[in-house]
Design a protein around this ligand. Structure first.
Ligand code: CO
Length: 133
C-alpha cells in the first residue's frame, strides 16, 4: 500500500531561523508559501529522496498554535506516505481499527491530491498523512 515517504513535516516557532539552518546545511529551501485554508505557512526543503516541510502557524485558528504551545521549541508534526489509491488505503486502515480524522473521507491536500490523516492514537503516537499520487 505505502510506496514512498513523501515528506516529514516539522512545526517551527521561527520559520526564517529554520530555513536558514537548512540552507546552511545544504538543503534546497523554497520560498515560504501561505496555505490559508490549512492555517500554515510552509517552506519546503527538497532532498533527492524526500522533503521536509517546515510549518509555521498562520492565523488565529491555526492547528499549529496548540502544537507549539505544547512543544515551544518545535517538533516533528507528521509524516506523509504516498499511496496509489486513497480509498483502498482508507479501507485497509479502517480494517485494522485506524480512525481517519475529520469527516472520515479524503480531502484535497496541500499538493492538490487527495489525503487522509490517521488518528495518532491508532498509529503508535505519530500523526500520519497518506497522499494519493
Ligand atoms: Co503533510
Amino acid at each position: 500500500m505505502i510506496t514512498w515517504l513523501n515528506h516529514i513535516a516539522i512545526a517551527v516557532p521561527d520559520l526564517s531561523e529554520a530555513t536558514a539552518r537548512y540552507e546552511l546545511l545544504g538543503g534546497k529551501v523554497s520560498e515560504p508559501q501561505a496555505r490559508v485554508e490549512e492555517g500554515v505557512t510552509v517552506a519546503v526543503v527538497t532532498f533527492p529522496n524526500t522533503k521536509i516541510e517546515l510549518l509555521h502557524p498562520l492565523g488565529e485558528a491555526s492547528p499549529l498554535i496548540d502544537y507549539l504551545e505544547e512543544h515551544p521549541r518545535g517538533g516533528v508534526h507528521h509524516l506523509c506516505f504516498e499511496v496509489e489509491d486513497i480509498d483502498a488505503a482508507s479501507t485497509l486502515l479502517r480494517s485494522v481499527n485506524c480512525r481517519i480524522l475529520g469527516n472520515g473521507g479524503p480531502k484535497n491536500g496541500a499538493h492538490g491530491k487527495p489525503v487522509i490523516f490517521v488518528d495518532p492514537n491508532d498509529f503508535h503516537g505519530a500523526l500520519v498523512e497518506f497522499e494519493q499520487m
